[in-house]
Write a protein that binds this ligand. Sequence first.
Ligand code: ATP
Length: 217
Amino acid sequence: MDSSIVLRVKDLVKEYGGTKAVAGVSFEVRAGEIVGLLGPNGAGKTTTINMILGVLEQTSGTIEIPDKAQMNFAAVYSNVPGNLTVRQNLKVFGLLYGVRNLKARIETLLTEFSLEQFANTRAGVLSSGEQTRVALAKAIINEPKLLLLDEPTASLDPSAAHIIRDKVKEIAKQKQAAILWTSHNMHEVEAVCDRVLLFSHGKILLEGDPRTLPAQY
Ligand code: ATP
């Protein structure tokens, strides 16, 4: 596989009974690239992400990814455990990923995501925007080569969403992480993504530069 390709999905299918939630999807994501999965409810975006993560088994097709230890994930529906403090959460996930110099890494992340004042607060009492910052800090604790973000800004106000979008762009640029970002919002995809895959009924209907694609079609 071309060394800049971090994720390669080929002819991916997920069938439930006779229905195809994902009906033959192929795409690649390169290091440093942010690729948006855009599409209406039920289009197959989350099912695709879940197969890449390995929590769902595909009916057919192949997924080539780096070592699972070099992958990470954040989603609006998957908050970090609310009964642990922010620092405890980062510690638990850091240990799970075998992060070296974990203490220093946690302090860096607390600063980077402006979470210092919440370090000893239980994550469950934080606002949606604060919890999303914690989830994103957790998601990059192992400096992933592939980062899967399922609607990371869905519950955020415009200003908090803006902070998260900037942060993710910075992660792609500075760390050369490959990022897959699902969204319902074309404006957001335009602002964040280098490329967009437009999902409809389990298939990729269109693919291209989010800044020029709407005018083309
Ligand atoms: P949303 O934007 O609403 O999150 P999505 O694009 O992520 O939608 P998926 O959650 O991937 O869509 O769902 C794709 C289709 O697969 C939907 O029609 C859904 O009802 C169906 N589906 C998902 N999981 C199952 C399941 N366990 N059993 C049967 N059908 C399922």
